[in-house]
Design a binder for this molecule. Sequence first.
Ligand code: NAD
Ligand code: UGA
Length: 465
Amino acid sequence: MKVQNICCIGAGYVGGPTMAVIAKKCPDIKVTVVDINEARIAAWNDENVENIPVYEPGLPQVVAEARGRNLFFSTDVDKAIDEAQMIFISVNTPTKTYGEGKGQAADLKWIELCARQIARVAKEKKIVVEKSTLPVRTASALKDILEHTGNGINFQILSNPEFLAEGTAVEDLMAPDRVLIGGDQSEEGLSAINSLVEVYARWVPRERILTTNVWSSELSKLTANAFLAQRVSSINSLSELCEHTEADVNEVSRAIGTDSRIGPKFLKASVGFGGSCFQKDILNLVYISRSYGLDEVADYWEQVIIMNDHQKKRFAKKIIKNLYNTVSGKKIAFLGWAFKKDTNDTRESAAIYVADHLLNEQSKVSVFDPKVTEQQIYSDLDYLGSRSSEENKESLTVVKDPYKVCNGAHAIAVLTEWDEFKTYDWQKIYDNMLKPAHVFDGRNIMDKKALQNIGFQVHSIGSAD
Ligand code: NAD
Ligand code: UGA
């Protein structure tokens, strides 16, 4: 089947950019992205394309080109399902916060709602594509719901996990390392796979479009994230050893990364990985493994999370230790709140946990981030439930100017690797701080020698102070 009409349920960090790029590359395919969140859809439709809800370099240009031509954002989910031949499900799949599997399993509530809605609305055969990251075997649950509650029509379910990273979403989508499509190996299944291959083949070289059975595809997504996060936890674990042995973790990364079997990427020691997926997907892998009785497998992957939690805590403790073991009443300025540069996403950002730890020690935290809103920062902190929102507002301030945020601070903590932090007038910042003035570089982006020459005490990750 030649696809002419696509619908995507979920206009978030994945649905929005992914569909914008499909629409750009396939001007003859009508792409409608739907969401129940009216404010989000209104923002995607904002006249000023810079106001779209996802901050991604290059994305406003892609949206501007396709929106209104063959790319549409709407809250009319039923209509979009009805008209589409292919329906992507790109809704959120967070970790469960209640009941069986709480704290580990993926909450598939939103996925199931989508399936039931598709089943109710669809009157002609449809290809349903899992774009969300899902536990292995979810396709069988989807099929069950679609076939038992639907109008007796044929559904093919494909798994097409997304591998884009935030901050580089547009380039990742334009030139992916690979596109993965899993499906049923029956004649109808293979034909459905082929329909989706034809969409991507408009701009992705064929040899980069991998097809597998549906279970391999589902599991490969969790595995890819687990491997990436495992590299970060591995190097972070060694950063602690470096701090005790005068080895320098940057030098160690370079030394091992030049081995072509290891490779240089994802070896940057940091305050800990964040983002909406690494933790959630590994916890999910742990949960699935345990549910099959595979305790050694579960324990192995769980250690990646344990190490990451340790790294975040260790960073906060290092600040306290270097400020004479007390931060009570002291101002600590945060540069960065997003979980990485070039995104306004803060989900699971290390900054949230470091701030929480410092606030428990009665510190005054002041935050500047180039793209994250004040409202988001308070909502991240309130979500932890460590103290009331009034108390959070009292102890943490959000400042829109990077120089003002540092005025009168005892220490600066660099939590996100935004490029602009490197080029600030650090002498000016130093002059307006309390002395001794500390910089805790949670991303190893600062020029340590230059800051030391100004007079700063600089503490990096993975090297002796
Ligand atoms: P998100 O929270 O940004 O977006 C999900 C959207 O789905 C929300 O706007 C929500 O309102 C909408 N939604 C939920 N239920 C709905 C329903 N029944 N009908 C219509 N809309 C509904 O999430 P995201 O970051 O885009 O992630 C989506 C999925 O993609 C997750 O499974 C995630 O693991 C996976 N993923 C995310 C990334 C990433 O970089 N963020 C990358 C690869 C894969
Ligand atoms: C990650 C994967 O890279 C994507 O392939 C995947 O699609 C996505 O998760 C997902 O499934 O959601 P993302 O979380 O957007 O993408 O960003 P990454 O670049 O992977 O960074 C994740 C975290 O690890 C960030 O906090 C980053 O600062 C940290 N990190 C990354 C390090 O601390 N060191 C590194 O060397 C690399």
